[in-house]
Design a protein around this ligand. Sequence first.
Ligand code: 13P
Length: 267
Amino acid sequence: MRTPLIAGNWKMNTLRAGAVALARAVREGAPADGVEVVLCPPFVHLGAVGEVLRGSRVRLGGQDCHEKPEGAFTGSVSAPMLVDAGATDVIVGHSERRHALGEPDALVGFKTRAALDARLAPIVCVGETIEERKAGSSEAVVLRQLDAALAHVRPAEAPRLSLAYEPVWAIGTGVVATPREIVPMHAALRARLDALWGADRAGAIRILYGGSVNAKNADEILALAGVDGALVGGASLTSEGFLAIVEAARKGGASAASRVSRGEGTR
Ligand code: 13P
């Protein structure tokens, strides 16, 4: 059984006071067990948010990292800097960076490597555009992105990874992918991980769904076969909305665990 993971990607939102208040409310409302929670604030708030989360079960994550540990890279933040600021996790390969900033697949592979070298847990994002889906190439695109992102990962490091399937057309649009779109893609990702590293090692890797997840649709999405959590954008910006998703994951994880213990198979 994989413990569900819910990660809040605040993107370029919040000023310091709001970030601190939001983190405090999430820390106070997060359940004691049954679900892991990560908050990914903007870089400039990592210190302040990390201070709020210190000693709690809620982890701190970066939204990106540079592929090099240090150097003349104006405006960039390295993985060791994230660790120094208190982060344990980092998002890499988010579609907003792939598409708006032109980050290629190979770069995501180097960033994943940099994150692992710094002992961060990477949340590797993959996802197709609407054009790619209409052309019938969703799975090929997502698996290509996956292969490139994992190109420099050693087998023993596999359990430290999470993936997030985020169809680009579902991000920030209010359009959620349907179960018939989500379930086969998660199955394809799982099959690729198993083929790469074997089910024992790859079995620990959580595959999250991301794209317009909110308090209303979280129950349904998190109950889908192969969905081990969510990467949440807009709905992570209020504690009520985000904690409702966290609770949906905790309940879904608990009911899946009891199905397994009753011999009824996994989700
Ligand atoms: P939304 O939840 O706002 O659609 O964003 C999803 C996302 O990109 C999380 O990384």
